[in-house]
Write a new protein. Sequence first.
Length: 211
Amino acid sequence: MKTTLFSVLALTFSIFANAQKEITPLAIGSTMPQQNHLLQNFDGSTVETKNLMGEKGLIIIFSCNTCPFVVGGDKFSGWEKDYNNLFDLASKLGFNLVLVNSNESKRDKGDSLEDMKNHAAKMNYKMRYLLDKNHVLADAFGAKTTPHVFFFNKEFNLVYTGSIDNQMEQNKKRHTDYLQNAMNIVSKGKKVKMSSTPPIGCSIKRNTPTK
């Protein structure tokens, strides 16, 4: 559940992320960039971004092993607890869902490929968990936080970006599953009305601090 402490942390991390180099997420309707970018899975295999596409679309969640908004803490259980259920729903509806770790400056501080392998085993990840060397994909997408969702339809056009749900937002009137709702809508061939929401989490740890 959301707490005052984590609301403050969320705001702090969001402000820090926005204080980095003008990072602007892809606009809705944009074609997925870096389709030939090579990503390394935690098992050592490699795959080009375009080959991750499912029958009806692809969901990429920028994630990591070290952010409390992903893994949880004393006051918040973390979003990764929902990853496998989201993967199951995505698969059922014809989408592929993968995780991408772009925390290049923390490869020796908990986000190395070996750390990813161990974390994936610990959490029984059902999906690919991919290393984005030198945060190339994160930069191309304009990914800001862990987690940060980018959902593309089968034509490689962005249909939703932002948070998984609103459980960390202040003054929410009810729980809203942004990503789950988007999957259900796109699976029916309809347009997502709430197509962009603010990403909340830790800033992606790029090599060079940006402004």
